[in-house]
Write a protein that binds this ligand. Structure first.
Ligand code: ADP
Length: 266
């Protein structure tokens, strides 16, 4: 099995149409539309509270959107048509299609969310072994390769508390890769790190981009966005206000809201 098999030979890998989400009567996402070509990097920018994390969580279906269609590769869910139980979760056939959509992406969180009582390697193999039923020995072999890829070949047996924040984030990246996702999602992966640890995480992300992985990244690292992104989306108030290449959105923003935001963070 390769890391990114695809059944969708043409067209974008990701297609999002009319995505809507409210929390307790407050609308957080209003008709979000975008596409992500296979092998490209999209950076999602926007002020705090604009809905960026909710977009990521919708792609990975950690939150169930109220409406809209999300397609990743050959898995697609129309959230208006999902059957929901009293707990708000998808039920029956809907639960199966949601699970299939979830399998298409792997998420790297702002805080790594590693299991504290498991070693780096055990954290990385947890998903393949427990969720995907991969034999432990094979998962370990591949887990070690992934840890080497993120620069942690000699840290496989360390526990999270023995690693720096940057190393923990890199374990988080290896763990996301271990599930062989079509799409990698990053939710401000460097924002909780001390400044001197940011570079190591960003350089791993650059390498992944160079390998042609499809990435969707929420970050305030504008230099990374300029250098690596193929597409930049700027969100405010639950809508995508502006989109384009980094040269368009970051260096020559047309919308006042984008200009104001960039002035604040640059
Ligand atoms: P961002 O990532 O851009 O900071 P979020 O997607 O985290 O924005 O949040 C967008 C809005 O949705 C915020 O107003 C936030 O308070 C609200 N929100 C997010 N998650 C929840 C939740 N689980 N329950 C209630 N409100 C939420």
């Amino acid at each position: 099995m390769t890391d990114h098999t695809t059944t969708q030979a043409t067209g974008p890998l990701v297609e999002v149409t009319g995505l809507r989400k409210a929390f307790g009567g407050t609308t957080v996402l209003r008709d979000i539309d975008f596409t992500v070509p296979k092998g490209s990097v999209t950076v999602l920018l926007g002020p705090s509270g604009s809905g960026k994390t909710t977009v990521l969580r919708s792609l990975n279906v950690l939150d169930l959107p109220d409406a809209g269609v999300v397609r990743i590769g050959d898995a697609s869910v129309d959230f208006s048509a999902v059957t929901r139980g009293r707990d708000g979760r998808a039920r029956g056939e809907s639960a199966k299609s949601v699970a299939a959509l979830r399998r298409q992406s792997g998420m790297v969180f702002q805080q790594h969310n590693l299991f504290p009582h498991k070693s780096a390697l055990e954290n990385v193999i947890e998903g393949p072994v427990v969720v995907q039923g991969e034999p432990v020995r094979e998962a370990e072999e591949r887990g070690r390769e992934l840890l080497a890829k993120v620069g942690l070949a000699d840290q496989a047996d360390k526990y999270p508390y023995q690693l720096s924040g940057g190393q923990q984030q890199r374990v988080g990246i290896a763990r996301a890769l271990a599930l062989r996702p079509e799409l990698l999602l990053f939710d401000e992966p460097t924002s909780a790190l001390d400044p001197e640890l940011v570079g190591g995480v960003l350089s791993v992300m650059r390498e992944l981009a160079d390998e042609g992985r499809t990435m969707f990244v929420v970050t305030h690292e504008i230099r990374f966005a300029r250098d690596v992104a193929d597409q930049v989306l700027f969100m405010d108030g639950g809508v995508v206000v502006e989109r384009g290449t980094p040269a368009e959105v970051i260096d020559a923003p047309r919308m006042e809201r984008t200009q104001t935001f960039l002035k604040r963070i640059l």
